[in-house]
Ligand binder design. Structure first.
Ligand code: WTA
Length: 652
C-alpha cells in the first residue's frame, strides 16, 4: 500500500475528530432503527436475506435461500419474479397508481411528470414493441440514450420480457459503444436523435450509426425523438424505427415474464485492469432484493419523499438509485437531463426548490465543484425540503463532506457516504441515517448482512487501526454473478488474490471504532470524477495513434476530479513533439473512448522507467506527477531515466 498516492492525505483523514450522531427525527422515525439487526444478520445471514426478499412480490416462492459454491452464488433458488412487475405493477394495486413516479426536467426547461400508471402503460407498450422486433427472453438489448424518461421505460420493458439490458453511457464514443454491443451480442439498440447537454446537442444517433457499421448482431434500432430537425439524423430503411411510430399502435398489456431468480437482469460494462471492459452480470432476484432493501434503509425512502439521485443512468448508480431501487420502493423521483451549470450554476438548487426534493444524492467530484463555485448559488434557493443527503463514487474528503452538510443540507441532513461498486449491486459500506454516528470522510461500517474485512498482502485480517485491502468475506444477494462471456476473468479478478474472499480492488483502513476509511483503488484503475477508467484503456487508445510508440498512464491527484489523467508518451522516431501533437492525442483518446477519458496532461518522454523485466513502473510516474520524492528505484533497469523525467516534468 505504500505506493499509493492516496496514502498521505489519509493520515490526515484519520485525525478527523468531528462526529455527527443521528438527528432525533431519524432516530425516531427512520425506516431502519433496530441496531440489533446487525448482530442478528451476522448470526443468521440467510435468514436476514430471506426476510429482505419477502418484501418483494414473487410469482413463486424460492425453495432454498442460497447455494454458495465459492465463488459461484445462487440466491433464492427456484423463486420466480419479474422486476418491472415489482417496480411498477404492484404499486398500481397498492394505491400508488396516480402517484408521480418521475418528475422530469429537460435541460432547456421542458417538464414531464409520469405517474406510476403512466410508466406502467409505456413500459407495457414498449415491451410489446420489443417483442415485435423479435426480442426474446434471454436476448440482450443495448441502450444508448441521455437522461430522458424513455431510458427508464426501455430498461423496465426489457426486464418485463426477460431480455437483459446493457446500457452504454451516452458520453461514450462510437467505438466504445460498438465494443460493448459486440461483447453482449445485442439484438436491438435503443438510442435517441440526440440529447441536450450544456446548451449543445449530443449526437447520439450519429455516434450510433458509426458504431453500427461493425455490429452484426443488431437487427433493429429504435430512435427516440428528443431534438427533432436540428439533430439531422439519417434513418436507415428496414433497420431504424422511430420510437413514437412503433408505440403508436402497440398493445397496452404485456404479460410480465416469470423470470427465474437467477436469470440475468442486466449487463453493465465497467473498466478493469486490462484494456477490455468487463460486462458485469446481475441477476433478477438477488439484485432486486438488495436494491429494494438498501434504498429503503440507507435513503430512508418513504411514501411522501421526493428522491433525487443526480447520477447518469449510464452508470451503476443510476441503475440502482434511479431505475430499480426507488421504483421498487414506489417513491417519487426527480430526473434531470442536463448539466448543473446550465444555464447557470444554481440549476440543481433551483430544481430542489421547485419540486421540493427531500433526499439528494450526488458524487464528491460534484460537491467539490459546487464548493469552488461558491455558496451564493445554493443560498439563492430555499432548500428546506431536504432531509437527507448521499455521496457516492469516490472517497469524500472531510472538507467537502462538511461543506455539503452545511451549505446543501442546512446542517440538519445526515450525509450517507455510500461505498460500493458496479459489481456489488448496491452500497455495502454505508451509514444508516437513524443509527449511525457519522464521521466526515468515512463510509462508516458494513451494512447488516454484509461481511467485510481489511487484510494484508497475505490475506490476514489487519487489526483495527491498520490498513490494507478491502475484501468481502460472505456472499450477498446482489453480488455480480460473473463477467459476461468470461467466467475465468471473474474468478481471476475478484476471487484469486485472496482465495475465498472477494477482492474489491480498493485500499481501506479501519480506525479504532471499526469505521472504514476508503483509500481509493489499489490497481490500475483510475477514478476520474467518479468514473472508473483503466490506465490500460487509455494507453491502448494512445498507442493506437500512428505517431505513438509507447505510453504509460497514471491517475494524478486532482482538486476537483479526485484524479486527473496524466499520460507519459514516447513517440516514434522522427516525430515532432509539440503542443499540436498534445492536442491531437487528447482528441484521439476522446474519440476512442469518450470525453471522460481525455487526458489532462500529456508529457513526451524519451524513455519510460521500466524494471529489468520490462514492466513500466507507474508508481514512480505517480510520484513525479504528484510532486513527491521518488520512491524506491532500485529495481529499475536504468534509474537515470526516471530522474531525468522528473526534472523534465518539473520544468514544464
Ligand atoms: C470507488 C460506483 C470511496 C471505489 C458505485 C470503488 C468509493 C469504485 C465510494 C467503484 C465511496 C465508490 N468511498 N470510494 N463512498 N464509492 N468508490 O463501479 O474505488 O463506478 O471500487 O461504482 O468507486 O466504481 P463504480
Amino acid at each position: 500500500m505504500a505506493d499509493k498516492s492516496t496514502d498521505k492525505p489519509i493520515e490526515v483523514l484519520l485525525q478527523e475528530r468531528r462526529s455527527f450522531p443521528p438527528p432525533k427525527s431519524f432516530k425516531k422515525s427512520a425506516n431502519m432503527r433496530n441496531a440489533g439487526l446487525f448482530a442478528k444478520a451476522k448470526k443468521d445471514p440467510k435468514g436476514f436475506w430471506a426476510q429482505a426478499a419477502k418484501e418483494l412480490e414473487w410469482f413463486k416462492p424460492w425453495k432454498k435461500v442460497l447455494e454458495w459454491d465459492s465463488p459461484w452464488a445462487k440466491w433464492y433458488i427456484g423463486g420466480k419474479l419479474n422486476a418491472s412487475y415489482n417496480c411498477i405493477d404492484r404499486h398500481l394495486s397498492n394505491g400508488r397508481g396516480n402517484k408521480a413516479a418521475i418528475i422530469w426536467e429537460g435541460e432547456p426547461g421542458d417538464e414531464r411528470v409520469l405517474t406510476y400508471r403512466d410508466i406502467w402503460r409505456e413500459v407495457n407498450k414498449f415491451a410489446n414493441v420489443l417483442k415485435k422486433l423479435g426480442v426474446k427472453r434471454g436476448d440482450r438489448v443495448a441502450i444508448y440514450l441521455g437522461m430522458i424518461p424513455e431510458i427508464v421505460i426501455a430498461m423496465q420493458a426489457c426486464n418485463r420480457i426477460g431480455a437483459a439490458h446493457s446500457v452504454v453511457f451516452g458520453g461514450f464514443s462510437a467505438e466504445a459503444l460498438r465494443d460493448r454491443i459486440n461483447d453482449a451480442e445485442a439484438k436491438v439498440l435503443i438510442t435517441g436523435d440526440g440529447g441536450y447537454r450544456r446548451g449543445g446537442i449530443v449526437p447520439l444517433k450519429r455516434n450510433a450509426d458509426e458504431a453500427l457499421k461493425e455490429t452484426p448482431s443488431i437487427k433493429s434500432v429504435v430512435v427516440v425523438r428528443r431534438i427533432g430537425e436540428a439533430a439531422h439524423v439519417d434513418m436507415h430503411d428496414g433497420r431504424d424505427h422511430w420510437w413514437h411510430d412503433l408505440m403508436a399502435d402497440a398493445p397496452m398489456w404485456c404479460e410480465p415474464e416469470k423470470m427465474d431468480s437467477e436469470d440475468m437482469l442486466y449487463i453493465l460494462y465497467t473498466s478493469g485492469t486490462t484494456g477490455k471492459p468487463k460486462g458485469i452480470v446481475h441477476t433478477t432476484g438477488g439484485y432486486l432484493t438488495g436494491c429494494h432493501l438498501i434504498n429503503k434503509w440507507v435513503f430512508d425512502m418513504k411514501d411522501d419523499d421526493v428522491f433525487w439521485c443526480a447520477a447518469d443512468i449510464g452508470w451503476v448508480t443510476g441503475h440502482t438509485h434511479i431505475v430499480y431501487g426507488p421504483m421498487a420502493n414506489g417513491v417519487t423521483q426527480v430526473m434531470y437531463e442536463g448539466t448543473p451549470d446550465w444555464p447557470d450554476k444554481d440549476r440543481l438548487w433551483s430544481i430542489v426548490e421547485k419540486y421540493g426534493v427531500t433526499i439528494f444524492h450526488t458524487a464528491p467530484t460534484a460537491i467539490r465543484t459546487f464548493m469552488r463555485w461558491g455558496t451564493e448559488y445554493p443560498q439563492k434557493h430555499n432548500m428546506k425540503s431536504l432531509r437527507l443527503l448521499g455521496s457516492v463514487g469516490e472517497p469524500i474528503n472531510p472538507e467537502a463532506w462538511v461543506w455539503y452538510h452545511k451549505y446543501i443540507g442546512g446542517g440538519r441532513c445526515p450525509v450517507m457516504d455510500t461505498w460500493w461498486q458496479t459489481e456489488t449491486g448496491h452500497p455495502l459500506i454505508s451509514p444508516l441515517p437513524g443509527i449511525t454516528t457519522l464521521k466526515p470522510g468515512s463510509a462508516t461500517k458494513p451494512l447488516p448482512g454484509v461481511e467485510a474485512d481489511v487484510v494484508d498482502d497475505k490475506g490476514n485480517s489487519v487489526p483495527l487501526g491498520g490498513g490494507g485491502y478491502l475484501v468481502l468475506t460472505k456472499p450477498w444477494p446482489a453480488m455480480m454473478r460473473t463477467i459476461y462471456g468470461d467466467p475465468d476473468r471473474y474468478v481471476q479478478t475478484y476471487w484469486s488474490r485472496f482465495p475465498g474472499k472477494y477482492f474489491a480492488g480498493d485500499g481501506a483502513k479501519r480506525d479504532k471504532d471499526g469505521y472504514y476509511w476508503l483509500l481509493g483503488r489499489v490497481d490500475d484503475v483510475m477514478n476520474v470524477a467518479g468514473h472508473r477508467i483503466s490506465t490500460m484503456e487509455v494507453e491502448s487508445a494512445l498507442v493506437d495513434h500512428p505517431k505513438v510508440a509507447e505510453s504509460a498512464v497514471i491517475g494524478k491527484q486532482h482538486e476537483i476530479k479526485g484524479q486527473g489523467i496524466c499520460a507519459f508518451v514516447t513517440v516514434k522516431a522522427g516525430v515532432d513533439t509539440n503542443s499540436a501533437l498534445v492536442d491531437e492525442l487528447k482528441a484521439h483518446v476522446a474519440k476512442k473512448i469518450g470525453a471522460i477519458a481525455r487526458p489532462d496532461e500529456i508529457l513526451f518522454a524519451a524513455e519510460l522507467p521500466k524494471t529489468r523485466s520490462g514492466k513500466i513502473m507507474r508508481r514512480l510516474l505517480r510520484d513525479i506527477a504528484d510532486g513527491r520524492a521518488l520512491g524506491d528505484t532500485t529495481t529499475l533497469a536504468d534509474p537515470a531515466v526516471v530522474a531525468k523525467l522528473k526534472e523534465q516534468y518539473e520544468e514544464e
